[in-house]
Design a binder for this molecule. Structure first.
Ligand code: TRP
Length: 339
């Protein structure tokens, strides 16, 4: 078992097991998680407590939780170096989240754009309170580990600000307890958009067939989805911020995120070619990424007991740190320690 304490700065991040992980999750998060794991003390969790802020089928949730953890590893997270665990396996997350919920002003929570967006899609009366309190749980995830850096996409920046504000409030009221985290801005983090609707971020819980390429998609199906991606009626292939050109820009973005080539080289490569060539080029790169990931995934899922043992070690490492922080917070807030 690896050392619990480390002199490297700590990183924590998580993805909800609320759908099938997509190339957007890979290029926007997992790829960076892998790249930073040697330089930081990384904790990567499968945030199942967050997933239940939307209705989940119990069997599916269990299956996707294991699948997500396996994908983290298949994508290159090395459990010998990083800590991979399931959020609900460490009860301290729920316990600290309650304390933070009690300190989180409704005004702050109501201002969260993710809450506004998600709640706008439901009848006001039936919105689960978890959707509103979601950021307090995310704050608990981060603060329990004294994480200094949190790799998240732009859509989560506001939640990180909230985490800092809440940590500061706690520290101010009860004394220094939590470390204030900062956003870790990835070197080349791609924001991948929906293939069928390139002005909306690619989502793992979107039902329509040609919206996303899933990391576990059968390769021929993945290729088909890319070949059907929405483009436009122009001809030139170049990066662009224009709304009309979002589809082509998205394909180029995927290409760039995978190859790491400079934009000019990619544009030069596709100069004078058609959209069919662009899509084929992107599909080839995506398949080159998926094939080894899927083969590692299948290998590790076939190795009896492997994934469970990784999650067990991860739980132990995470719990040791989280429980210590929780105890301190409980003491500071005035809870009587059990004798
Ligand atoms: N809210 C994040 C998302 O939807 C997931 C998440 C939960 C997370 N807890 C976290 C990310 C802690 C970073 C750190 O993307």
């Amino acid at each position: 078992m690896a050392e619990v304490t480390s002199s490297k700065p700590r990183v924590l991040s998580g993805i909800q097991p609320s759908g099938n992980l997509t190339i957007g999750n890979y290029l926007g998060a997992l790829k960076q998680w892998v790249e930073v794991q040697k330089d930081y003390d990384c904790f990567y969790c499968v945030v199942d407590l967050h997933a239940i802020t939307a209705e989940q089928d119990p069997r599916e949730l269990r299956r996707k939780t294991r699948e997500s953890a396996a994908i983290y590893i298949a994508a290159g997270i090395d459990p010998e170096i990083s800590t991979v665990f399931v959020q609900s396996h460490v009860p301290a997350h729920s316990e600290l989240a309650w304390m933070l919920t009690c300190m989180a002003p409704l005004g702050w929570l109501n201002r969260m754009t993710q809450f506004k967006d998600k709640s706008a899609k439901q009848a006001q009366e039936s919105i689960g309170a978890g959707l509103l309190n979601y950021p307090s749980l995310m704050a608990a995830d981060i603060l329990l580990y004294h994480a200094e850096l949190v790799p998240v996409g732009d859509d989560q920046r506001q939640h990180l600000e909230f985490t800092r504000d809440l940590a500061q409030r706690f520290n101010h009221l009860y004394g220094e307890t939590f470390t204030l985290p900062a956003v870790m801005t990835p070197k080349a983090g791609a924001r991948v958009m929906g293939l069928d609707n390139p002005t909306a971020k690619m989502s793992k819980s979107e039902e329509s067939e040609n919206h996303a390429v899933y990391l576990l998609d059968d390769l021929s199906r993945a290729r088909k989805k890319i070949m059907r991606a929405v483009t436009d009626s122009h001809r030139e292939i170049h990066f662009s911020d224009e709304r009309e050109r979002a589809g082509v820009n998205n394909l180029l973005t995927i290409y760039q995120a995978i190859t790491g080539e400079p934009r000019e080289d990619i544009e030069a490569h596709f100069a004078g070619k058609g959209y069919g060539d662009l899509k084929r080029g992107v599909a080839d790169r995506v398949l080159e990424t998926l094939a080894p990931l899927q083969s590692r995934y299948n290998d590790l899922m076939n190795e009896a007991g492997y994934l469970d043992s990784v999650l067990k070690v991860g739980r132990e490492k995470a719990a040791a740190i989280a429980e210590e922080t929780l105890k301190l917070a409980q003491k500071r807030i005035g809870f009587l320690a059990p004798s």
